[in-house]
Design a protein around this ligand. Structure first.
Ligand code: KG4
Ligand code: ZN
Length: 363
């Protein structure tokens, strides 16, 4: 079964064709990053307008690259939540119209569940393909570490749609902290990738930023980023006070040769990753589950990947970097699972800014 997946929850306008929930036949991601960069963040009005302009072309490109026409598609999946409402509506309504016109089933899916599904995808079989499905897709149950610009979730997955939240952030999301720190220091946009790059030249022990001490009685797998974010931003005054060589492009604070900037990035990144790992390792110990699947934009972080890979007691599964960020392939893959068991969404299915598909249950 070939499923068209459409993703428009934030600033990526994306569509993909995936066969049998595993083989990625095409994966087109049109990013709006340059349009939002001037504002150092996603502007919802710009995002929804651009999705409206782009969605037709992006879907056509996905079909062309898969080498099929609309009549080669057996079902359509689209992200319905969580995300920016105006943006979600563009992809969701396009998907409904496509399914209606082609007289094929339609399914609305949750964006965060789709991120968790991403490691089950593989490139279409080709010479040199090293990751056939089944080799990487872990058995249930496993722990999920879902970390993006809007969410930080540690969960237990007992099935593709049977997810229990164990812990979440009590304030900012991990990706949001990367983005805000980067914005204040002028490291670049989007912040996560910029800090990840800059941190490679820095000393992670140069600055000591605090780990959050969640109050007694708080949920043991929750995380917090507002304290770290504030501490790193407070460091900015001292950072600015020191003379340093000027850089081109107005980002005088963030030259690649500026070792202090790199050390701030490295020290922040180390602490940000530590916060996630502390909660995750605790959850692994308490549940006895030793397989971890990570997804969402922050799952592309090189330090997070390295720290998880070196952990002896855990098997960690990451999607390939191109499937960590928002994409239509994860939506199509997850959509296939629902469609294959006979689930359908009505054409009246609503978009929502909030996560809908998770059970909230603390141990
Ligand atoms: O999943 P995603 O593409 O969009 C959302 O659903 O939010 O995640 C975007 C987030 C942004 O906050 C971005 O800064 C962060 O992922 N990110 C990273 C890295 N690449 C993207 N954070 C840390 N390290 C990275 N390499
Ligand atoms: Zn996402």
């Amino acid at each position: 079964m070939k499923v068209l997946g459409i993703e428009s929850s934030c600033d990526e306008c994306a569509a993909a064709v995936v066969e049998d929930g595993a083989w990625v036949l095409s994966n087109v991601v049109a990013t709006q990053i340059p349009w939002h960069a001037a504002y150092n963040g996603v502007v919802p009005e710009i995002a929804s307008r651009m999705h409206t302009e782009w969605i037709g072309g992006v879907v056509k490109e996905a079909l062309d690259r898969a080498g099929i026409g609309p009549d080669g598609i057996d079902g359509v999946a689209a992200t319905a939540h969580p995300g920016l409402l105006g943006s979600l509506l563009v992809g969701l309504n396009f998907a409904k119209a496509f399914a209606w016109a082609a007289r094929i089933p339609f399914i609305a899916v949750d964006h965060m569940l789709a991120h968790l599904y991403a490691p089950r995808l593989s490139p279409a079989p080709s010479p040199g393909c090293q990751n056939p499905p089944g080799n990487t897709a872990p058995d249930y149950p496993f722990l999920g570490l879902l970390v993006s610009g809007g969410h930080s979730i540690i969960c237990r997955a007992d099935g593709f749609d049977d997810i229990t939240v164990l812990g979440t952030t009590i304030d900012d999301a991990a990706g949001e902290a990367f983005d805000k720190v980067s914005k204040h220091y002028g490291f670049g946009y989007p912040g996560g990738a910029a800090i990840d790059r800059l941190a490679k030249d820095g000393d992670p022990a140069a600055f000591r930023f605090p780990l959050p001490s969640l109050r007694k009685g708080d949920h043991p797998y929750d995380v917090s980023y507002s304290g770290l974010k504030t501490a790193v931003i407070n460091q900015l005054e001292q950072f600015r006070a020191k003379p340093r060589p000027a850089a081109a492009g107005g980002n005088a604070e963030a030259t690649a040769g500026n070792s202090e900037a790199a050390s701030i990035a490295a020290s922040f990144q180390k602490t940000a990753v530590e916060i996630l790992l502390r909660a995750l390792f605790r959850a692994a110990e308490d549940t006895g589950i030793s397989t971890v699947v990570s997804g969402g934009g922050v799952a592309a972080n090189s330090l997070l990947r390295a720290r998880l890979a070196e952990h002896q007691g855990l098997r960690c599964v990451f999607p390939p970097p191109e499937l960590c960020g928002d994409n239509g392939a994860m939506v199509a893959g997850l959509g296939f699972q629902y469609l294959a068991r006979g689930d359908r969404s009505p054409l009246s299915a609503a978009a929502s800014a909030r996560i809908k598909a998770f059970k909230r249950r603390y141990p």
